[in-house]
Design a protein around this ligand. Structure first.
Ligand code: PLP
Length: 430
């Protein structure tokens, strides 16, 4: 489900009128639907009901503590990639004992802090990292819980920047090294082997790669269970969402066009992997980011100018690539809709931001109803990898973030002001 719909010609998020909200809080502004996040979390939880499981939300998709607190309230776990994310999880009331710590470059300081907070496990990405975790744990006089991240070498058929499970990617440890790494870990005085992990990429819209990766992992997982009594197998995240509803008639949140042309739902994804996982008899960890929050958010932006050139028509809006970088970075598609429905036949327009980069666009040659200065637009499906990847480039203030629940709208991040832009900077005192 997602909770953005027109009522009497105006776009609502749950029971909040987005035109009115934009009037009150200004633009650009991210707006998230709490009901959508919770619905996605509970549906995934239900789809995995047949196996013991833990859903660890991948914090990097959207790390606002207001949003994290929703999932903490559901007793979700969290998948973190930095000490900063662990800090956020704790601020939001999340349980460190349900946190897995991923990432190829964990520092000593981050490892020590994670050990002090008692996380569930480190997902180890290299032999050098394993040695370092052992050494840090020794100085603290504790045993560090670990899983090894295995690179299963499958093609996730996704954008090259978000593919992580191929042998040429920097992530994980190659299959042929894994047992040797576990054997070494078992010999280390301050390491406790807890599980095994894989993550093959992001925005994966077919079940095939997940099933293929699980199939490849099963003999290894069984062997590790025998050898070390591992307690869980994390199958990672990466479930894709619909960005372009025109490709998915009857829009579901999450889909696949499989070989027979049908669309895969969350339930059929689970059907593809759960029967394979059930006989293992151990806990299954999943680490979804985008799936939980992607379609729960929009970016509201106001049209500043219409500029017509010989070749093109540009709608220049007050949000830029610094607010939402996905189109520039991944050539991503985002639907764009007027917040107040406009009559008239669609015309092709480029929706661009004010940043001094030609890559600063949200859509090119997009058919939109005739637009005018002052119109409010919603960039859809902006809940994941939107606000978290935003920057102050061009000295633009970070946008406000609003969490909606029913008819309530809470500011979960205030819009930055000019002083925020120079905070921590100073004139040299020589
Ligand atoms: C980014 C990441 C995720 C989440 O990916 P999504 O595509 O947002 O589901 C999960 N696990 C790991 C290790 C990641 O790096």
């Amino acid at each position: 489900m997602h909770s953005f719909e027109y009522r009497n010609g105006t776009l609502f998020c749950e029971d909040v009128d987005l035109a009115q909200l934009a009037q009150e809080v200004g633009t650009p502004t991210y707006v998230y639907s709490a009901a959508t996040v919770l619905d996605h979390y509970r549906r995934l939880d239900a789809a995995l009901a047949e196996v013991p499981h833990l859903i660890c939300y991948a914090v990097k998709a959207n790390s606002n503590i207001g949003l994290l607190s929703l999932l903490a309230g559901e007793h979700a776990g969290f998948d973190i990639v930095s000490g900063g994310e662990l800090f956020r999880v704790r601020k939001a009331g999340g349980n460190p004992a349900q946190c897995t710590f991923a990432g190829v470059g964990k520092t000593e300081g981050e490892i020590a802090e994670a050990l002090r907070q008692g996380i569930l496990a480190f997902n180890v990405e290299s032999e050098a990292e394993l040695a370092r975790i052992n050494a840090v744990a020794a100085t603290l006089g504790v045993r560090a819980p670990i899983s090894v991240r295995v690179n299963p070498d499958v093609d996730a058929h996704t954008h090259k920047y978000v593919s992580t499970g191929k042998s040429e990617n920097k992530f994980g440890i190659a299959f042929d090294r894994v047992l040797a790494v576990y054997a070494a870990a078992a010999q280390m005085s301050h390491i406790a082997i807890r599980g095994v992990q894989m993550h093959i990429g992001s925005q994966i819209t077919q079940a095939g790669p997940f099933a293929e990766a699980v199939d490849k992992m099963l003999p290894l997982v069984n062997a590790l269970k025998e050898l070390y009594g591992i307690a869980y197998f994390s199958i990672g995240g990466g479930m894709g969402i619909i960005y372009d509803t025109s490709l998915a008639s009857g829009a579901s949140d999450w889909w696949e066009t499989n070989a027979s042309g049908g669309r895969l739902t969350l339930e059929t994804y689970a059907a593809a992997v759960v029967p394979k996982l059930k006989p293992l008899g151990i806990k299954i960890v999943v680490e979804p980011g985008r799936f939980l929050v992607g379609n729960a958010g929009v970016l509201l932006t106001r049209l500043q100018y219409i500029k017509t050139t010989a070749a093109k028509k540009f709608a220049i809006v007050d949000a830029g690539m610094n607010d939402l970088i996905r189109p520039a970075l991944y050539q991503s598609f985002h639907e764009i809709v007027p917040v107040v429905e406009r009559p008239g036949s669609p015309e092709k327009v480029d929706v661009v931001g004010p940043v001094c980069e030609s890559g600063d666009f949200f859509a090119q040659d997009r058919a939109l109803p005739p637009l005018a200065e002052g119109d409010l637009l919603a960039v859809m499906s902006a809940g994941a990898y939107g606000a978290t990847m935003s920057s102050n480039y061009n000295s633009r203030a970070l946008p406000a973030e609003i969490l909606v629940s029913g008819d309530r709208a809470a500011t979960i991040r205030a819009r930055q002001g000019p002083e925020d832009l120079v905070r921590g900077e100073s004139l040299p005192q020589w």
